[in-house]
Design a protein around this ligand. Structure first.
Ligand SMILES: Nc1ncnc2c1ncn2[C@@H]1O[C@H](COP(=O)(O)OP(=O)(O)OP(=O)(O)O)[C@@H](O)[C@H]1O
Ligand SMILES: [Mg+2]
Length: 256
């Protein structure tokens, strides 16, 4: 029976889709069958991150016309399967996101993990992604607006009885103006599963339309996403020896 993990943030643009593609690819590298689903049906970009923007059948056909979800699953070169959403403006209208939960039931026996990318904000789409999940993963940046929205997300999950797996702190630059890890932890009261540094390999990998764990497997961002996959599976993860780390990595290693 598959685990359904939704990736939610509250605040937009913090790195949810980047987390979905890289967690998915890193779980595949650990031998898991993974399906990633674009639950952001109004402003989808999962397929753009993965480089196959034009699919004949998408999640929109499933939600609008009752097309079986199996017809909207595509194999990606990374080994994960993708259920993309349509990029057309027309598809924004009359899409019944509340049908997503029922559609995903058909995938439970087909895979180990289903990862749902969610929309920014805490509107109907994000709340649907939250409600249908067994567990949610919160993504935040180390600033007060993102962490405040992450906290709101956690509170709503707790009210709804949804397990919070933990937090991904993304785009950490190690600057003085950023919130510290201990401030983030004490504000959110949830475990920080990984700290992803600000890393130019990430936008470069998006330009190349591949997860960074494939594009630049030894980058600092890749290491953080691989660690996330290990933690989610409760498997050991060998950190790079500290001597080979840059000063920023040594700092985050020490903070952890
Ligand atoms: N660790 C990182 N280092 C550098 N840039 C990053 C990192 N993570 C994400 N980005 C950049 O941030 C931008 C937003 O990332 P992403 O699309 O994953 O966010 P999102 O939360 O899914 O956004 P939305 O809420 O709009 O769906 C991308 O352009 C990406 O290149
Ligand atoms: Mg996104």
């Amino acid at each position: 029976m598959a685990r359904i993990i939704s990736v939610i943030s509250g605040k937009g643009g913090v790195g949810k889709t980047t987390t979905v593609t890289n967690l998915g690819a890193a779980l595949v590298k650990r031998g898991k069958n993974v399906i990633v689903v674009d639950g952001n049906v109004t402003t989808p970009n999962l397929s753009l991150h993965l480089g196959i923007p034009f699919y004949p059948i998408t999640l929109h056909d499933v939600l609008k016309r009752g097309t079986p979800i199996e017809a909207a699953i595509y194999e990606h070169p990374t080994g994960m399967s993708v259920v993309p959403a349509s990029l057309s403006a027309e598809s924004v209208k009359n899409t019944k996101i509340e049908k997503l939960q029922g559609a995903l039931l058909n995938l439970l026996g087909r895979t180990d993990v289903i990862i749902v990318d969610s929309a920014a904000g805490l509107g109907k789409e994000a709340l649907t992604a939250m409600k249908l999940a067994d567990e949610i993963l919160i993504v935040t940046n180390p600033d007060l607006p993102s962490v405040t929205d992450a906290l709101k997300t956690i509170k709503l999950a707790e009210e709804g009885g949804v397990d919070v797996l933990g937090v991904v702190v993304n785009r950490v630059k190690g600057k003085k103006h950023e919130m510290s890890l201990s401030e983030i932890k004490s504000m959110l009261g949830a475990p920080v599963l990984t700290i992803v540094p600000e890393d130019s390999s990430v936008p470069k990998s998006i330009k190349k339309k591949r997860p960074v764990v494939h594009h630049k497997p030894k980058s600092r961002a890749s290491m953080a996403f691989r660690k996330l996959a290990a933690r989610i599976l409760n498997e050991p993860f060998k950190e790079k020896p500290i001597k080979k780390m840059g000063w920023f990595e040594r700092l985050t290693f020490w903070l952890r």
